[in-house]
Design a protein around this ligand. Structure first.
Ligand code: PLP
Length: 282
């Protein structure tokens, strides 16, 4: 694989980052994951816009322009021959003598790599649905910034695996925030419910697109908190993310949701999302 590191395309085993990089020492960095279908980028503009916001919240500069960023994405997709998969991008504050305060001399570091994921759009999991458990949300308070500090979500995945489930939904003050790496939704009657935006959740790029498409398809959307009990009593549940698109959830803490099988609303939204995103892909 060819990867991108600070201005150069290099084979992955020749890529180097300083041991003083603040991404490594402080998780002082942000990231984006953009999916690739038919060799094209899905919603690149959305990811670029969120990256800009994450950087600005941390008083970091983007090391390259948005046009250059798009070119780097495209180049990696081409040279690594990615038909279906992902492009991972990370910006950290860069290397400097270790200090808690942001060092004035640090220059941001930019890394990108690809992951081939054949069958991403045609995932068997979309037909089977996921089983989730609920866990307390023990992350920090600025989850709207897409930082690389992902240890608690990793622990959540492991808790889910230990419980024989696929993923975990995190709960704070009695309400579901989101999944370990996705936004959470329930469907009751013909209404789609997902948590309102705020500092408590990541503002999913897929979430924004799916809610827009749901509204265009005359579906009713409510952005508000919901509980695990309400979710277990819903007709359907699902999650969204750049790498899973729309994925049905069929069981929560051992209780089946609705019929305990993927529901029609999630299936329809997945189809609309994939169709429209492919058309607009760059
Ligand atoms: N919420 C969390 C905590 C995430 O980590 C992610 C994706 O990585 C999402 C939501 C979904 O965001 P997006 O649709 O932009 O991938």
């Amino acid at each position: 694989r060819t990867v991108y590191v600070n201005g150069a395309y290099v084979p992955e085993d020749e890529a180097k980052i300083s041991v003083f990089d603040r991404g490594f020492l402080f998780a002082d960095g942000v990231y984006e994951v953009t999916s690739v279908l038919d060799g094209k980028l899905i919603d690149f503009a959305g990811h670029a816009a969120r990256l800009k916001r994450s950087l600005s919240e941390l008083e970091m500069e983007s090391p390259v322009s948005e046009d250059d960023l798009l070119e780097i994405h495209r180049h990696l997709v081409r040279v690594n021959e990615i038909d279906e998969g992902l492009v991972y991008l990370q910006v950290t504050r860069g290397a400097a003598d270790r200090d808690f305060a942001y060092p004035a001399e640090a220059r941001p570091s930019l890394v990108l790599f690809t992951q081939a994921k054949p069958g991403l759009a045609d995932a068997p999991a979309a037909k089977k649905g996921m089983r989730v458990i609920s866990i307390p949300d023990r992350r920090w308070g600025r989850r709207d910034i897409k930082t690389v500090q992902l240890l608690y979500p990793s622990m959540g995945k492991m808790m889910a695996r230990a419980a024989g489930a696929d993923d975990a939904w995190m709960v704070e003050e009695g309400a579901v925030t989101e999944g370990t790496s996705n936004n959470a939704y329930i469907v009751k009657g013909n209404t789609i419910v997902t948590r309102h935006l705020g500092e408590e959740i990541l503002h999913g790029i897929t979430r924004a697109a799916v809610l827009r498409m749901a509204a265009e398809a005359q579906m009713k959307v409510e952005e508000r908190s919901f509980t695990i009990a309400e979710a277990q009593d819903a007709d359907e549940a699902f999650v969204t993310s750049a790498s899973t698109f729309v994925m049905p959830v069929v069981e929560i803490d051992g209780e089946p949701v609705g019929a305990g099988a993927p529901g029609p609303v999630a299936a329809r939204l997945r189809e609309i999302y994939l169709d429209e995103s492919r058309k607009k892909a760059v």
